[in-house]
Write a protein that binds this ligand. Sequence first.
Ligand code: TXA
Ligand code: MG
Length: 342
Amino acid sequence: MPKANCSISTDVSHAAEILRAGGLVAFGTETVYGLGANALDEHAVARIFDAKNRPHFDPLIVHIADLRWLDRLAEQLTPAAKTLADAFWPGPLTMVLPKKDIVPDLVTSGLPSVAIRMPSHPLALELLQKVDLPIAAPSANPFGQISPTTAQHVLDNLGDRIDLILDGGPCGVGVESTVVLMTEDRPRILRHGGITQEQLESVIGQVDVYLGGDVAPSSVGSSESSSEHRQTGVAAPGMLSQHYSPTTPLVLASDLDSESIAHKRVGLLQFSATSAATRRAGEVVSVEVLTVDGNLTVAAASFFAALRRLDAEGLDLIIAEPFPDHGLGRALNDRLTRACHR
Ligand code: TXA
Ligand code: MG
């Protein structure tokens, strides 16, 4: 018999107790909902991988509210890392730093580095302060699927696999944190996200971008490939080319050829009300318009929820309009490209 759904609550003390006892609590952050467990408890962390069906080669982000934990989890920060922490924490920035032994290998998939972030959502901060432990938390969706931006999304996807959902309301930013590798000479973006490349460069100068960490599941299970990560240290091992995917096939409007939509029930994901790019679709049965005026911050906040609504309509195809390739548009285009079925 399937397990009953967990409850949705705003009781931070109860959520902290569950985490301290080794349980799983999904909680709202400013980016997306996270699926949290005590990062120092390997059994609790193992439950995250099971609940999400997440492959063990994909390391987790550790969330903290207090800089004391940063000292315990990571080696001393470089000046650039200090500058980024001062400028963007709390907030949607994750830094990959050399790890200390206290961090279990399961959290980092055996890498010598750990990804750390201090979220800015008040309820998430209150939870982290109350529990006074570092909390490992990937996005609270089954592996490869659309990220959750409301408590209801989490309940729909993982409700029978976790202990509690702490309801922080709809996520304000709407895309995941920016992941920046800080273990090499020059900072390197591994995943575009809520803090834009322009924002990073305004405080630390030029950063590199390396999003190509597409490590296929078949090739990463072996010990050779994990030592390869260790040597190069460049990839975000979770950046698979297909991710964030609806069950409905999705194509970019720019990749569309007109025959492929004949006789299909099509849904449109439009960036703005005025865009022309997606109008040539045939039988359009559903349209989601993300903004009236092309504001990327507004588009990001509603992106995943709109994609979910289209996915629930039983369409043959979702056609999505690419975003302008700057600011948050880079993070959104990254999610769209990976959401495409191949
Ligand atoms: O906004 C967010 O970051 C959300 C909320 C819940 O905080 N979390 C999130 O976690 O998006 P997740 O697990 O869905 O994505 C974590 C990303 C993956 O691409 C993973 O490969 C990368 O961070 N990552 C984690 N540890 C890493 C490490 N040591 N080196 C390189 N990449 C790492
Ligand atoms: Mg994720």
